[in-house]
Design a protein around this ligand. Structure first.
Ligand code: UDP
Length: 367
């Protein structure tokens, strides 16, 4: 029996925003998730008063005032600014690549000095049309920064050579000739006060939710509950992998509670070197300026994805993109299914982009 207008498969940001908008427009939604909780990868676990970002660190940032106002409906944000540190061959560097980083690398004190070095290295490399991540990095920032802070981190993170990865990934990181360690260029940034769960709870208020429900285990019965489906899972799984598997990168998180007040003095410390098996250590309390006597740290280990692991990052190289386009063509023929989010669109989305995309799709659908 079709008791609902929409069955929303996956309670991550896309699903929750869509459900919220549809409910506001008078539609009846059921949100299901195979995990035991809602919130997808923004879900936080409260460990003795510290909000632990259970599926990896999430720092909210956007340039779009409408998106900022949208999330601020549900909770206020603090003024956390992400300024990661990177450790490379025993030395500390500021990120993103800025005057502090250049001073630490070469002792350069003025923008002109730093620019001269970088421009010479770019010229020496002499590539006009970068076609992969390595070429893109070398023609953006030069050899020294690439070797100290990018190559090993990237190859460890993605499990592929930097020459086999798409160029766009490295364009996420700013390059600046100012002493500014802010990882993002966006106008608005922060961490929700009280954690991300507050936003999710606000979005799903009054909406029917069922957790521990695997859509694929009971597809026909679940699909029969609603007029339409909003699918936010893996698009290749939806089509039973008929064109083959899309590749993802997975992660393993190792959480430790320590009876120390301050373990690393920063929320995010990256480990560039290939002989360290994790990419970063997160100390969650620093996202919220925590004053507890204890701390919780998480080591993030990139892993090869297999079907029983979580799919965190789409690997958008040419081969996978081609496969995705074939799946997308099928999805465009669906009349009763809407696809959205990082896994269904096979896209390296940030939170603000997911929200924008969900709002746009909801608007189109509900008008
Ligand atoms: N990256 C790097 N060195 C760093 C941090 C990032 O080379 O210290 C590269 C790496 O290829 C990574 C990409 O930049 O995949 C994007 O990094 P970001 O921090 O935006 O990734 P996320 O937080 O989404 O994992």
């Amino acid at each position: 029996m079709q008791m609902y207008d929409y069955l929303i498969v996956g309670a991550g940001l896309f699903g929750c925003v869509f459900a919220h908008e549809a409910t506001k427009a008078g539609k009846k939604c059921l949100v299901i998730d195979k995990r035991a909780h809602v919130g997808g990868n923004v879900y936080c676990e409260n460990v003795d008063g510290i909000h632990v970002h259970k599926y990896g660190a999430h720092i909210f940032h956007t340039n779009d005032k409408d998106i900022w106002d949208y999330v601020n409906q549900f909770t206020e944000f603090n003024n956390y600014v992400n300024s990661p540190i990177s450790i490379s061959k025993g030395k500390l560097y500021n990120l993103p690549f800025n005057m502090n980083t250049f001073y630490q690398l070469w002792g350069t004190k003025t923008p002109e000095e730093a620019k001269t070095i970088i421009e010479n290295q770019i010229k020496e490399f002499g590539c006009k049309n970068p076609e992969n991540l390595e070429e893109q990095a070398l023609s953006l920032i030069g050899k020294d920064v690439y070797e100290a802070l990018i190559k090993e981190y990237t190859e460890k993170q993605w499990g592929k050579k930097a020459t086999e990865l798409p160029a766009f990934i490295i364009k996420r990181l700013p390059v600046r000739y100012t002493f500014n360690n802010n990882y993002f260029n966006d106008k608005y940034q922060g961490i929700p006060i009280g954690g991300y769960n507050k936003i999710i709870d606000g979005l799903l208020k009054g909406i029917d939710i069922k957790t521990n429900v695997d859509f694929f285990k009971d597809k026909d019965a679940l699909s029969g509950l609603a007029k339409k489906i909003v699918f936010t899972g893996k698009i290749d799984e939806f089509y039973n992998y008929k064109y083959g598997n899309l590749e993802y990168r997975s992660l393993r998180f190792e959480n430790t509670k320590l009876n120390t007040e301050n373990f690393q003095g920063n929320a995010v410390v990256n480990y560039n070197d290939s002989n360290v098996p994790y990419t970063r250590i997160i100390e969650h309390k620093h996202f919220e300026f925590g004053k507890q006597k204890h701390t919780v740290i998480t080591k993030e280990f990139p892993e090869q994805w297999t079907s029983e692991k979580e799919a965190y990052y789409p690997i958008n190289n040419d081969e996978n993109q081609k496969k995705y386009q074939a799946y997308k063509a099928l999805s465009l023929q669906e009349v009763h299914v809407i696809f959205g989010g990082r896994l269904a669109e096979y896209k390296y989305y940030d939170m603000h982009q997911i929200i924008a995309s969900a709002l746009q799709k909801a608007k189109k659908e509900l008008n």
